[in-house]
Design a protein around this ligand. Structure first.
Ligand code: NAG
Ligand code: NAG
Ligand code: NAG
Ligand code: NAG
Ligand code: NAG
Ligand code: NAG
Ligand code: NAG
Length: 917
């Protein structure tokens, strides 16, 4: 059987993978730590004497670069340079070279620390400058300012997959190199400022008033192996310390180690404040980076009765923490900002409040800048598969880092599909004429989105794996010009026969076209090559664009049923035609016209403003339908659905009376009511409207049993009242009679509006609640962009969904956001809404979220926006502690801005090894 060798092959492959000794070691230890001594030769780890952590050589983590020793003048024993700095790995070839750290917990937060000590290893006496990336996101420019400096860069990030890559990018200013790389897991709850889209880059982490000013607190004193730099200047500061344990508190999100918290400083001159400052460091992609500061406080003295220690924390002379802060005796406390603060300079001053009888103190501080981690890496299964293929065939080329991202460094010979909300996928692999040998690896069948595979003109041997036929999207396989043998597997033959596969295998002398011919000796030149051109299956992807449909209104079946879930309150009033005439003062003021008839403005006896929709006598809609729909409307009650106040059936005259929505439709507000931009909504208002509309839909979908599908969600069917509260209208009733230019009436046919209709419903004629979710996604996109559902682009109108997807694929949210909002929004919340919208508009309904999920997501966005608005006013920071002293200012600033160039400072001033401790 053709399948047997393949099975065997699979087993062999598995066996080989699990016996890979190197691979096994490229993994975290029992604490989840990975500690790499880059450039260290061999395969054996060693134990670092100070931390007792095991440092591994780097061969299992990277497959390029070369190992070097630093030059002898930097190796002097009296420098006590830790062992990992004695060697390094440099990367003279390729633009991007990476370390891959595996077996991580997807979604967990990690501390990553890269160290660099040049030590004139290449004898050039010239320090290179290069970029460092975490996966597909920029981390930092590595710019070491002094030959004898060891630079340590630390980042806290969420790792989305079970592996993370740290990549060195050659930017043309010297050969990148690295001395050490550490990874430490953090708890999910720690550092709430670290999110899936934002990481923190450490600027400084200080332990004030250390017991021993040459000792760095790190593992095991800090179980997360953060490195706390000792800081003291006894001329200005008095140290306060305790030997007692400083307790953690509930929900402690920083877990500052007790060794750091047991010491603090206060001004020697008790009338002074604590002050320190730093300047922002512009980054190439972020000229004014945002900063997060975390200050750690604990009272270490038992205060006498009537003594009070309370202080203000000020940033740039404004209160940063809103009230006076009193540290608790032997308990951890921290003040910090949640949203990054952006200023030209940061002057922090901690001063005693007027009630305080004691000077301020501070135990520790951490200052970070934020980086964006919004760029999505390629779908992880694809990454694993292509990495395995790379290993199997020893592919050289530029195959390092993420296969698809950034586009400028995408792997040669691959074609990727760039998606926005879902990770990028590998669509085509062309390894023709690349000297591949051995068999066809099973890893190809893990590239589940593969459409095109060309392995022609290599030296491949063995049989053709039938499993390739199971790749759902594969339309082309070219295996011609190899040394493959055996028969064409049945699965592939079948796909060739049913026309879904273009399969080439000519010039493989040992392949036989059918099973029985395999008995005979190797064929002469095989002339039986099958070459079937298959017209690409035109997928219904562009459905919402390409198909112009006559959308026909059909009365919904489900509305007839017993509506157990919706509260059945028939308190609605029935009006006579005469009453309506009075209410509308003789049908005077027209609010609008629709297929159903005309909508008039009116007042009830109690002066309630109403809208009266009068059925035109020429309306095609039947009387029974009208009544049935009115019945439903009386049963739906939700504050985000337009309320029906009553109805009228008086002979041939029929009407519905609704609450009056003075601000009209959302449509009018998106496009803007007039040229002055009057009536345009700001981002917060848009978010609120989105959330309220979603809640209305949520009620229809889950508050009613069976669920009610609106079928025509769009901005013209979302009405706004005087306080801009959104209510969904035109569900059921009104739509059944709708008859305007883009909507046609009929029964048992499609319902909806061009540009908003769920393509799956279109294909199946079977609407689901996800059909509403799809339309709602389009509304969200209109809210974000201020553009209509169908953009009048030439040569062909294009759906807003495709437009936003293509724009976001370039990574730039700003390009799609409605310019009328003038940049007044939190980018995170806009980005999030765009993502929700794109999820809602997924082609396949199962991939769309439920409306309940959308409501939850939008609530989070509104929270983000609230924080943004608040931070705007407060300067965005919370810190804690205060003594005025210009010297501290200078010295601490030095500390703060020097990017932890520990070794050199220590080397210059003391002969200890700071890094290893
Ligand atoms: C680095 O130095 C060690 C001894 O200190 C030596 O064994 C090793 O061969 C050197 N490596 C290189 C690449 O020169
Ligand atoms: C994200 O990708 C874009 C396009 O490749 C790039 O310009 C941008 O710098 C990246 N962002 C980060 C944070 O790396
Ligand atoms: C590197 O640092 C030096 C000194 O701080 C600075 O002058 C230079 O502009 C930096 N280079 C880059 C590329 O950041
Ligand atoms: C910070 O303090 C310095 C020195 O006291 C002063 O020159 C500067 O204007 C201050 N900056 C801000 C933003 O307050
Ligand atoms: C402390 O700082 C605050 C805010 O800058 C200021 O209003 C207050 O007067 C200061 N208090 C003392 C006692 O200096
Ligand atoms: C200072 O004490 C007074 C009286 O006890 C109190 O009303 C006031 O709120 C206190 N001020 C601060 C900043 O705590
Ligand atoms: C596969 O690659 C070869 C060599 O690059 C090329 O000639 C051939 O047309 C490709 N096959 C297909 C089906 O595209």
């Amino acid at each position: 059987m053709a399948t047997t060798p393949w099975l065997l092959l699979l087993c062999l492959a598995t066996a080989a993978a699990s016996s890979g000794a190197l691979q096994a070691r490229a993994q975290p230890d029992n604490k989840g730590f990975i500690s790499i001594d880059c450039g260290f030769p061999g395969t054996r780890s060693y134990i670092d004497s100070t931390t007792e952590l095991s440092y591994a050589p780097d061969a299992a983590f990277t497959d390029t670069g070369s190992s070097h020793n630093i030059s002898v003048e930097y190796m002097k024993p009296q420098l006590l340079l830790s062992k990992r700095y004695h060697d390094l790995r440099s990367f003279p070839d390729g633009t991007r070279n990476c370390y891959t750290l595996r077996s991580l917990v997807p979604g967990l937060k990690y501390l990553l620390r890269a160290t660099f000590f040049y030590g004139n290893y290449d004898g050039l006496d010239r320090i290179p400058i290069f970029d460092l990336h975490i996966g597909v996101n920029f981390w930092r420019v590595v710019n070491i300012t002094n030959m004898g400096y060891a630079l340590q860069l630390e980042a806290l990030v969420v790792v989305p997959d079970d592996l993370v890559q740290v990549c060195l990018i050659n930017t043309g200013a010297g050969t990148p190199f690295i001395s050490g790389l550490d990874l430490r897991p953090l708890k999910k709850t720690m550092y709430p400022q670290v999110t899936a889209t934002q990481g923190l880059v450490l600027m400084t982490r200080l332990n004030f008033g250390p017991r021993d000013d040459s000792t760095f607190v790190r593992y095991p004193d800090d179980p997360y192996d953060r490195i706390w730099t000792p800081w003291i200047n006894t001329k200005i500061w008095t140290v306060i310390s305790t030997k007692k344990r400083v307790q953690s508190i509930d929900n402690d999100v920083f877990e500052a180690p007790t060794a750091v918290m047991q010491t603090a400083i206060r001004p020697r001159d008790v009338t002074k404040n604590i002050e320190f400052s730093w300047d922002p460091e512009p980054q190439p992609n972020d000229p004014s980076p945002g900063y997060i500061a975390i200050m750690h406080f604990s009272e270490l003295q038992i205060l006498p009765i009537n003594a009070v220690r309370q202080f203000y924390v000020n940033l740039n002379s404004e209160l940063w923490y809103p009230s006076g802060f009193t540290p608790t005796y032997l308990y951890i406390g921290a003040t910090y900002n949640n949203l990054p603060s952006r200023h030209n300079r940061y002057n922090v001053s901690i001063n005693a409040t007027s009630n305080s009888t004691l000077p301020p103190i501070i135990n520790g501080v951490e200052i970070f800048s934020v980086i964006s981690t919004t760029n999505l890496s390629t779908y992880s299964q694809d990454v694993y598969a292509i990495m395995a293929i790379k290993t199997k065939y020893q592919v050289q080329k530029n195959w390092m880092g993420d296969p698809c991202i950034p586009k400028t460094m995408a792997w040669e010979r691959l074609t990727c599909g760039y998606e926005v909300t879902t990770p990028h996928r590998i669509k085509a692999v062309d390894l023709s004429v690349t000297g591949l040998s051995g068999d066809i690896t099973s890893s190809f069948i893990n590239l589940k989105a593969l459409q095109y595979l060309n392995l022609s003109n290599n030296k491949l041997t063995g049989s053709i794996p039938d499993a390739l036929s199971q790749l759902p999207s594969l339309t082309v396989i070219d295996l011609s010009g190899n040394q493959l043998s055996g028969s064409i597997p049945p699965g592939l033959l079948k796909r060739v026969q049913d026309g879904s596969l273009n399969f080439r295998y000519e010039n493989n002398p040992n392949i036989c076209a059918s099973d029985n011919s395999c008995q005979s000796a190797p064929k002469r030149n095989n002339k039986l090559a099958i070459y079937i051109v298959v017209p690409l299956l035109v997928v219904v992807v562009m459905v919402s664009l390409a198909i112009v449909i006559f959308f026909l209104v059909r009365r919904r079946q489900q509305v007839n049923g017993d509506r157990g879930g919706c509260s059945l309150q028939l308190e609605n009033r029935r009006f006579t035609y005469k009453q309506l005439d009075m209410i509308t003062k003789g049908f005077k003021r027209i609010l609008g016209r629709g297929g159903f008839g005309i909508v008039y403005h009116g007042f009830l006896e109690d002066d309630t403003e109403v809208a009266v929709k009068l059925r035109s006598r020429t309306s095609k809609q039947g009387v029974n339908v009208f009544l049935a729909e009115a019945q439903i409307l009386t049963q739906i009650h939700h504050k985000n659905l337009v309320t029906m106040i009553g109805y009228c059936k008086d002979g041939k005259d029929m009407a519905l009376v609704y609450e009056y929505m003075s601000e009209g439709t959302l449509q009018e507000h998106i496009i803007g009511r007039d040229d002055n931009g009057e009536g345009l909504l700001d981002w917060r208002q848009r978010l609120r409207i989105a959330l309220e509309s979603a809640k209305g839909l949520e009620y229809l979908h889950t508050g009613c049993s069976p669920p009610l599908i609106h079928m025509d969600v769009k901005p013209t069917n979302i009405l706004l009242n005087a306080s801009l509260e959104a209510k969904i209208a035109d569900f059921g009733m009104s739509k059944a009679f709708k008859h305007d230019k883009d909507t046609h009436v009929s029964t048992n046919t499609l319902v909806g509006t061009y540009g908003y209709v769920d393509p799956e419903y279109l294909a199946t004629m079977q609407p689901t609640t996800k059909s509403d979710v799809y339309s709602f996604g389009v509304v969200l996109l209109e809210l974000v962009t201020g553009r209509p559902a169908i953009l009048p682009e030439s040569p062909m109108p294009i759906s807003i969904i495709h437009w936003v997807r293509s724009q976001l694929a370039e990574g730039n949210i700003e390009s799609v956001v409605d310019a009328c909002m003038h940049g007044c929004y939190d980018v995170n919340s806009v980005w999030k809404v765009a993502n929700i919208a794109l999820e809602c508009t997924a082609q396949v309904s199962v991939e769309r979220p439920t409306i309940n999920h959308v409501v939850v997501q939008l609530q989070e966005c509104l929270k983000l926006e609230d924080c943004y608005a608040r931070s705007d006013m407060s300067g965005g920071l919370y810190i804690g502690s205060g003594s005025h002293d210009p010297n501290l200012n200078n010295e601490s600033q030095d500390n703060v801005t020097s990017e932890m160039e520990y070794v050199s400072r220590r080397m210059a001033t003391r002969t200890t090894d700071p890094v290893a401790r």
